[in-house]
Write a protein that binds this ligand. Structure first.
Ligand SMILES: Cc1ncc(COP(=O)(O)O)c(C=O)c1O
Length: 367
């Protein structure tokens, strides 16, 4: 990646050129440690999903803190993680096309790899490819725990698939995955908590049925940032897949305060067309408006109105009207991962100054 702008360590955050994806290292590291402490206390392993941060740098910090490996959504993310030295990768998604299956086998030749499966045909294709490449591939049967996305139905259909996987050459059947990603705020909202327990019941019932049928189940993988306190406390769940807790975007901050916001996009005022309006150099190409417009933090009276491709419109009241052309403002994206995915690098700050510039190594890796 061509780094055309590389400020020196020690540069104060407000001297960084913009738009820039800023991460406060003290906060992100504290978030990493806090989730790991929860996992340790609950006796559950942590396998963070890295589709959020897309960077082996952060994955290595999570593993150094005690995580057992990572989850990814895409083969290309798995490739970047393996290249970055991550030795245990679970592709928590269905990988079905021949080119991707072949690439997955290459990753499995250099790291411990498992993948989610929800059809027999996919199992057969993976088994054939694993034999051809001389590798062993872990498999978790993906159970639909009411997310209604991928996943085989709980109970008999999932157990039948697990039985097929158990006997297939090249395949190592590890257990079941069930991601309850349709639930928000399980830590505080009793209805969300109940829905988490009900959803997980689908997974646990399936695990019991498999064990009753004589199929050993080693791994039960589930849980995200919204549900970790409930899912992680369930004894039979062996690992949680939470990811967004590392930076906490605006949408997650609306539903919980367990972790602290660590990431903003820094922008510059490039025009002041009227007394009550500023235009920023941040548009859709530097901050996502998925889940809502970004929120301006640290500049009271400034409210984000709208995004063009390369411009942000800000309404100014009170003190915020003192903003001048050239001033910098921090934007909190409502959706962190779709914002990260449009940046080439993280500018990592500690105590207000630049410590490191880290590539978003799996940026755009969606294949
Ligand atoms: C399968 C799976 N597991 C885990 C996660 C992580 O969830 P969160 O970002 O809420 O922590 C995701 C996120 O979409 C996911 O798709």
């Amino acid at each position: 990646m061509a780094l055309t702008y590389l400020p020196l360590p020690g540069t104060p955050v407000h001297d960084l050129d913009t738009p820039a994806l800023i991460v406060d290292l003290d906060i992100a590291e504290a978030n990493i440690l806090k989730m790991q402490a929860f996992a340790n206390k609950s006796g559950v392993a942590l396998r963070p999903h890295v589709k959020n941060h897309k960077s082996p740098y952060w994955a290595r910090k999570q593993i150094a803190a005690g995580a057992i490996g990572v989850c990814v959504a895409k083969v290309s993310e798995a490739e970047v993680m393996a290249e970055g030295g991550i030795g245990d990768i679970f592709v928590a998604n269905e990988i079905v096309t021949a080119p991707k299956i072949s690439r997955l086998m290459s990753v499995a030749a250099r790291a411990k790899v498992a993948v989610a499966v929800d059809t027999e045909q996919n199992l057969k294709d993976l088994s054939a490819a694993a034999q051809k490449h001389g590798v062993e591939l872990g498999v978790l049967v993906d159970v639909n725990v009411r997310i209604n996305r991928c996943g085989v139905e709980p109970g008999a259909p999932a157990v039948a698939l697990a039985r097929k996987a158990s006997g297939m050459p090249g395949i190592r059947f590890e257990g079941f995955m069930g991601y309850e990603g349709h639930i928000a705020g399980a830590g505080i909202d009793p209805a969300a908590r109940k829905e988490t327990i009900d959803s997980l019941d689908k997974l646990l019932f399936t695990v019991r049925a498999a064990e009753d049928a004589g199929i050993p189940v080693k791994v039960v993988s589930s849980g995200g940032t919204s549900t970790y306190t409930v899912t992680g406390a369930i004894e039979r769940v062996t690992e949680i897949q939470a990811g967004s807790y590392i930076f906490m975007d605006g949408a997650y901050l609306k539903e919980m305060d367990d972790f602290t916001s660590a990431m903003t996009v820094l922008g510059t005022v490039i025009s002041r067309p009227t007394a009550d309006k500023a235009i920023l150099d941040c548009g859709l190409k530097s901050v996502s408006n998925s889940s809502g417009q970004p929120r301006i933090v640290g500049t009271p009276g400034a409210e984000f109105l709208a995004l063009n491709a390369e411009h942000g419109h800000v309404k100014l009241e009170g003190e915020a009207r003192k903003l001048k052309v050239g001033d910098k403002v921090h934007l909190l994206p409502m959706h962190g991962e779709s914002t990260i995915n449009i940046h080439n690098e993280y500018f990592c700050i500690r105590k207000g100054v630049l410590e490191a510039v880290i590539p978003v190594a799996a940026r755009g890796m969606f294949r």
